[in-house]
Design a protein around this ligand. Structure first.
Ligand code: GRG
Length: 292
């Protein structure tokens, strides 16, 4: 993985996120919600999704800086989903990104509002794209993949599933929504920022399907084998909540074989791009073996 390219992406993402969500002015009566939003958005995370958006823009021959409004928008949707998922009424987790979850730091009501605020801010941010044509196309794709036909739908499957009845088919439908959808948004919005063809958008969707499924199954493995300190969140949560996942259904060895299989499918999808895809190839391989 070329560290200079990754470093440039990371620095630009951090700067753009901080600019998009400035500290509230002194005396602002709504300062607390802005602080809670900044607490969760600006305090780390691997930035996998915004990085994918920038890399796909570059792969499609675009200037990756143009994709920053879209990259930040996807990260805001992702952060809102983590804040809401950690609430007591959902997964009830008290640690996130190495520090107390938003609801532990600011209380449940403020965490709910911080999530709502970030979701809404995401669409405002995406619409700062320089030309309205691609902005409308990107925002439409983001809304479809973030809402009830994508990520919110996946969370609904999770909440409605009776742990014991979850089979591989239902698990896959849930993970398509909870994990693949937003990774697909990142990849496709990067392509849209570069003005890529429908064929390349489809190929980006295939890459996202492979990387997204691999990312989620690796997450299930890390919930069993990972180091809580390194992950910045508690481990063993799925078994504590008696939740079915790929490890409980297949065991660690078969689950990692699936990670490798899905990663292989992602790498195949890169062949459709005429540009240099080595960054995204190495990124997929790194995510397949990640420890945090
Ligand atoms: C709509 C409220 C709501 C939730 C949607 C995304 C989600 C469902 C829940 C979050 C918890 C979870 C395990 C989701 C699956 C995707 C995933 C593995 C998220 C963690 O992403 P990382 O590891 O997090 O990229 P960082 O902190 O590094 O950005």
């Amino acid at each position: 993985m070329p560290e200079t390219r990754r470093g440039a992406y990371t620095a630009a993402i951090e700067e753009a996120l901080a600019l998009a969500l400035p500290a509230p002015k002194e005396g602002d009566p709504a300062a607390l919600v802005a602080e809670a939003m900044r607490y969760s958005l600006l305090c780390g995370g691997k930035r996998v999704r915004p990085m994918l958006a920038l890399a796909f823009c570059q792969l499609c021959g675009g200037d990756w800086h143009r994709a920053l409004p879209f990259a930040c928008a996807v990260e805001m949707v992702h952060t809102y989903s983590l804040i809401h998922d950690d609430l007591p009424c959902m997964d009830d987790d008290d640690m996130r990104r190495g520090r107390p979850a938003c609801h532990k730091a600011y209380g449940e009501a403020m965490a709910l509002l911080a999530g709502d605020g970030l979701l809404t801010k995401a669409f405002e941010c995406a619409l700062t794209f320089p030309e309205p044509g691609p902005a409308a196309k990107g925002v439409l794709e983001l809304a479809r993949l973030a809402g009830h036909t994508g990520m919110v739908g996946g969370q609904c499957i999770d909440l409605c599933a009776d742990g014991k009845d979850v089979d591989m088919e239902l698990l896959k439908a849930m993970d398509q929504g909870k994990t693949v959808a937003l990774i697909a948004a990142a990849c496709k919005l990067g392509c849209i920022a570069a003005g890529a063809s429908e064929g390349l958008l489809e190929a980006a969707g295939k890459y996202a399907q492979g990387v997204g499924m691999a990312f989620q199954i690796r997450d299930d493995i890390l919930d069993v084998l990972g180091d809580a300190q390194r992950l910045g969140k508690n481990t063993g949560m799925d078994s504590a909540h008696e939740k079915r996942n790929y490890v409980s259904l297949l065991g660690v060895k078969r689950a990692q074989e699936l990670v490798d299989g899905y990663t292989g499918e992602a790498l195949l999808a890169l062949k459709d791009f005429p540009g240099d895809s080595s960054f995204l190839r190495e990124f997929a391989l790194e995510l397949a073996g990640r420890e945090s």
